[in-house]
Write a protein that binds this ligand. Structure first.
Ligand SMILES: Nc1ncnc2c1ncn2[C@@H]1O[C@H](COP(=O)(O)OP(=O)(O)OP(=O)(O)O)[C@@H](O)[C@H]1O
Ligand code: SF4
Ligand SMILES: [Mg+2]
Length: 356
C-alpha cells in the first residue's frame, strides 16, 4: 500500500521503525559487547517538494538517519520506502546493484565543504564526476552541464579549472551544491550545509538552496543543530533526541507553541532575531546520555523539568494530537502541560509586520 503523508500530498519517502545500531567490539576476539543505538525506532514521511528540518543536539542521530536514507549505511532494521515510477520501493535492504538506479534520485550535501571535495581534483571534474559514474552524456555534454550548474549556483565558468583550496568556504559549498544536483536528484539530504560557513555567507547559501528547490522541484531533508537555521527554510520540523523522534509539527506551530518539553528547551536556547525580541533563559542542563545505555521510559526524563514517575518506566509513543493531527508528539504529559511559546504576542506581531 502506498504510504500516506500527514500533509495529504504525494509521499516521496516513508520511513517505518528505522533502527541503526553500531556494534561495540572488545577483547582479543573482538566480540560485540554492546551497541550504540544511534537511531532507535524512527518513523516519518516526507511529501514531494517539502522541506523537512531535522534538529536535535549533537549525537542525537541526525546524520545517521541521513546516511541510512542515501544508503551509506544498511539499516539494522526498519524500512525506507522511496517513490519510484512503479510505486514505493523499500530501499533499506537493497544490494549495491539494486541501489544503482535509485542513487541518482537521492543525494547528500555534507557539512564541511573542505573535506567533502577532493582537494586534488579541479572544480569542473568534481562536479562532473557523478555524471561520469552514472554514464550520463558525452564529454562535451557533461562540460556544458557543468557550466550550466556553475551558473545556477552563482559561480562563473572560470571556476572550471580551479582547485578547491583556491575558493572561499561559501564558494566551496556552492560547488558541493552543484555536485549534489548534477545528476538531477529528487531528494537531497542536506547535513548542516551552512554550519561551517560565516554567518554572512550562511544566508546566501540558504537562499541558493531555496531558489534551486523552486526551480528544480526538489525535496529537502535539512539537518541542523538548532531550530534557528530551519525556521526560515523548513515547512515542517522533526525534533530528535537520543535516536528517537520527540515531536514533529509544521514549523510555524513549533515556534507558536511547542508541545514537547525538549522542543521548548531547544527553543529557549536560541536568540531571537525579531524586532523587540529578547533572549530567554537557557533551561536545558546536563549532557545528552549515552546511546549505548539510553535512559528507561522516556529517554528525555533525566533532563526534563516536568518528568513524573511514569516517565521513568514507560516509553511514550509518538502520536498525533487529537486537536491537531499535523502535530505528533512523544510525551506522556502532553495534555496537561502548557509550554511556553517562543514568541510573545508583541514579537509575533513585529515578525508578521516585518515579513509583509
Ligand atoms: N559509524 C559509527 N560507529 C559507531 N557509532 C557511531 C557511528 N556513527 C555515529 N555513531 C554514534 O551514533 C550517535 C549518533 O551520531 P550522529 O552522527 O548520527 O549524530 P548527529 O545528531 O548527527 O550529531 P552532530 O549534531 O554532532 O552531527 C552518536 O553517539 C555517535 O557517536
Ligand atoms: S514523557 Fe515525561 S520525561 Fe518525557 S518529555 Fe514528557 S514529561 Fe518529560
Ligand atoms: Mg551530524
Amino acid at each position: 500500500m502506498r504510504p500516506v503523508n500527514p500533509n495529504g500530498s504525494d509521499t516521496i519517502l516513508a520511513i517505518e521503525d528505522l533502527r541503526q545500531y553500531f556494534p561495540i567490539k572488545a577483547g582479543l576476539l573482538q566480540k560485540t559487547v554492546a551497541h550504540v543505538k544511534a537511531v532507535d525506532g524512527v518513523s516519518f514521511t516526507v511529501a514531494s517538494g517539502e522541506t523537512v528540518g531535522l534538529v536535535g543536539e549533537s549525537g542525537s542521530g541526525k546524520t545517521t538517519i541521513g546516511r541510512c536514507i542515501v544508503r551509506l549505511y544498511k539499516p539494522t532494521d526498519g524500512s525506507i520506502h522511496f517513490s519510484m515510477t512503479d510505486g514505493m520501493v523499500d530501499i533499506a535492504q537493497l544490494n549495491r546493484n539494486e541501489l544503482q538506479p535509485i542513487r541518482r534520485d537521492i543525494q547528500m550535501l555534507f557539512q564541511d565543504p573542505n573535506s567533502s571535495l577532493n582537494a586534488r581534483m579541479r572544480i569542473g571534474d568534481i562536479i562532473a564526476e557523478p555524471l561520469e559514474i552514472h554514464g550520463i552524456g558525452t564529454r562535451e555534454e557533461r562540460r556544458a552541464r557543468v557550466n550550466k550548474l556553475l551558473d545556477q549556483v552563482g559561480l562563473g565558468a572560470d571556476m572550471h579549472n580551479r582547485f578547491p583550496h583556491q575558493l572561499s568556504g561559501g564558494q566551496r559549498q556552492r560547488v558541493g551544491v552543484a555536485r549534489a544536483l548534477s545528476i538531477e536528484p529528487r531528494l537531497v539530504v542536506c547535513d548542516e550545509p551552512v554550519s561551517a560557513l560565516d554567518v554572512s555567507v550562511q544566508a546566501q547559501v540558504l537562499n541558493l538552496l531555496a531558489d534551486l528547490q523552486q526551480e528544480l522541484g526538489l525535496t529537502y531533508i535539512f539537518i541542523a543543530h538548532d531550530l534557528s537555521v530551519v525556521e526560515y527554510i523548513s515547512d515542517r520540523v522533526m525534533v530528535m533526541y537520543l535516536g528517537k523522534l520527540m515531536e514533529t509539527a509544521p514549523t510555524r506551530k513549533i515556534f507558536e507553541r511547542p508541545t514537547h518539553p525538549y522542543t521548548e528547551a531547544l527553543l529557549n536556547s536560541i536568540p531571537k532575531r525579531v524586532r523587540g525580541g529578547h533572549r530567554k533563559r537557557f533551561v536545558l542542563t546536563g549532557d545528552i546520555p549515552s546511546p549505548v545505555n539510553p535512559p528507561s521510559g522516556c529517554v528525555f526524563h533525566t533532563r526534563c523539568q516536568y518528568a513524573k514517575d511514569i516517565c521513568k518506566t514507560e516509553t511514550p509513543a509518538l502520536r498525533a494530537l487529537p486537536t491537531d493531527p499535523q502535530t505528533q508528539v512523544a510525551c506522556h504529559l502532553v495534555e496537561e502541560l502548557s509550554l511556553q511559546p517562543y514568541y510573545t504576542a508583541d514579537e509575533l506581531r513585529n515578525l508578521e509586520a516585518d515579513h509583509v
